[in-house]
Design a protein around this ligand. Structure first.
Ligand code: SF4
Length: 431
């Protein structure tokens, strides 16, 4: 009988894309996927190292899968933690057979008599270009596509550039090929710093602008959504291109609104500029939906900074917001700053912001009751309109008979916190 593999993915959408590509190579190697780790001959954990909590979850998952795997199965750890803490991981977790950094194949075909630890640096292996590897056809009506790897910025709190390296944008042709192969209705473009796509290859890719890529992908798929837009890159041309896709969804990576604190974060902008941009977009497209993320308790965050953020959240009335407590990362600029915010105070600020945003989100969802909206049906009884990014925002409950992978027009009849409930108007429409 052929060999089976099991892949567990932690962390962000970008990791999910890497996992899809790892799965693609394993299938090409002649292996078969299994959803049951205890049946697999190869168990792969694609880890996340973003913050303490994510690292802990990664370790817990590795240990849990070690318990579940069958005798003789190989346990391989890859992803951000493997890249960043490879040597320490190999040493601290002897149960792991291989720690594979980015671009290192997870299936080295090592036949293990007993368990063998292969430190990441000890093996000479061919490197895989994860960005451009083929991936299996998507099983859902939407899919992430990663258009660049790495990041050229140096945000104070972020360790990503130190281990993902500088930005490397993919060729348009390879992205379009992947979009075509996935055969989905909605593509969600991701990268560490999405709107910077092409800036590392200005002569070859769209004169250093993402706009031509957005227009090409939009022409190849029904819905196109962009995640993680750094606010200074949100040009008029890009706003127009996003509105023209028919999915006016703006995921702005703002992180804070206090100007002095943003400078301490080594980031651009301030609350007034952000608000003006949001108002501009709403004037142009009243149906535009907005999401953003904010860090709470960055070193030096004062009561006045926090009040500014509260005022901004109240005024901006974004559809969706994520608030995250600051976590100090080794090797970052922020780790050298003074003015650490007390953990209890950080949690109080977080709770205040989350409570305020939950009310805003619920109000905005209530205001949709009675409207007729277009949804893409993801699974039986569950759809999304342009306002909801998959796996991140709320959903729209729809009648179960609506076919998966098709668009439908539905009327919103109720709202429950982040989710909407809708009844069918016309079973099937074009996007
Ligand atoms: S833009 Fe800033 S936060 Fe995002 S990956 Fe780059 S350095 Fe990190």
């Amino acid at each position: 009988m052929g060999q089976h593999f099991y892949v567990e993915t932690l962390g962000c959408p970008k990791n999910q894309v890497d996992s899809d590509k790892i799965i693609g190579t394993l299938i090409a190697d002649g292996m078969t996927a299994t959803g049951d780790a205890s049946l697999a001959d190869l168990v792969v954990v694609n880890t996340c190292a973003f913050i303490d909590e994510a690292r802990k979850e990664s370790i817990d998952t590795i240990l849990a899968l070690d318990e579940r795997r069958k005798a003789g199965a190989r346990l391989v750890v890859t992803g951000c933690m493997a890249e960043r803490y490879g040597a320490e991981l190999s040493e601290a977790l002897p149960e792991v057979d291989q720690v594979a950094g980015f671009g290192v194949p997870v299936n080295l075909g090592v036949t293990v008599a007993g368990r063998k630890s292969i430190p990441v640096s000890a093996v000479q292996v061919p490197t895989l270009d994860l960005l451009n590897l083929p991936r299996p056809r998507s099983t859902s009506p939407w899919a992430y596509v990663k258009i660049a790897e790495g990041c050229d910025r140096s945000c104070g709190f972020c360790a990503i550039p130190s281990f993902r390296g500088p930005q490397r944008s993919r060729d348009v042709a390879s992205i379009l090929r992947e979009v075509d192969e996935l055969q989905v209705r909605e593509i969600v473009l991701v990268a560490q710093d999405l709107a910077s796509y092409g800036k590392d290859r200005p002569d070859e890719l769209g004169a250093g602008s993402i706009v031509p890529l957005v227009r090409s992908v939009a022409a190849a798929v029904d819905w196109l959504r962009l995640l993680y837009l750094y606010p200074s890159d949100l040009t008029d041309e890009l706003i127009d291109a996003i509105c023209d896709t028919g999915v006016p969804y703006f995921d702005l990576s703002l992180q804070h609104v206090s100007k002095p604190l943003l400078r301490r974060m080594r980031r651009w902008g301030d609350g007034d500029r952000f608000l003006r941009r949001i108002v501009d977009i709403r004037d142009r497209e009243p149906q535009a939906a907005f999401r953003s993320n904010f860090i709470v308790g960055y070193p030096g965050e004062t009561e006045a900074d926090h009040d500014q953020l509260l005022r901004f959240v109240e005024e901006a009335e974004l559809d969706w917001c994520g608030f995250f407590s600051y976590s100090s990362e080794d090797g970052t600029y922020a780790a050298t700053l003074d003015g650490a915010v007390d953990k209890r105070l950080m949690n109080d600020r977080l709770a205040e912001l989350r409570e305020m945003q939950d009310d805003i989100t619920a109000r905005r969802r209530d205001s949709l009751i009675g409207e007729v909206i277009t949804v893409l049906v993801d699974e039986p009884g569950v759809g999304r309109s342009h306002r909801e990014a998959p796996e991140i925002d709320g959903v729209v409950e729809v009648p179960v008979h609506l076919p998966i992978g098709e668009f439908a027009q539905v009327q919103v009849i109720d709202a429950m916190g982040p989710d909407l409930v809708a009844a069918a108007v016309v079973a099937q429409v074009d996007a």
